[in-house]
Unconditional design. Sequence first.
Length: 152
Amino acid sequence: MSRREFTGSGWHLLRAISDLIDSCVESMADDAGVSSSSVLVPGSEQNNDEGSAFFHDEADGTLVYEARDRGRVVMHKQTRDPDELVYWVVDDVARSLAKRAAAKTKEYNEAADPRRVWFPLWRELVASQDAEWGSRTSREITKILAHSPFQD
């Protein structure tokens, strides 16, 4: 996928972002062998009670991606770039899909460190949507492993 140009603001922009996210999630779920209807997709609907991620826009045009647990913010990111917001959501969903898909495999269940199985799938799922996004996810995996190396 090439970088998409977003136009509009407010509700129209959030709708375009949601549509792109939905398209990416459908594709990744299909690649991972998971039903897209079973995937929790962060959207523009806020639910403070479940800790689910959501996104919204501020009056100044800032796009916010956050999660709250019992009203307390547990994750907060902000940008003015719609593509950045889409990446954050796609990356989070791909991470979850990779874990779910890998958990169904013999390799996952036999691995001393199951991340060896699902980390590559996470990167592949993100890269299937955008090569640069895949590179960013690879860098994130490298940071994770620098802090918490494989345990096998």
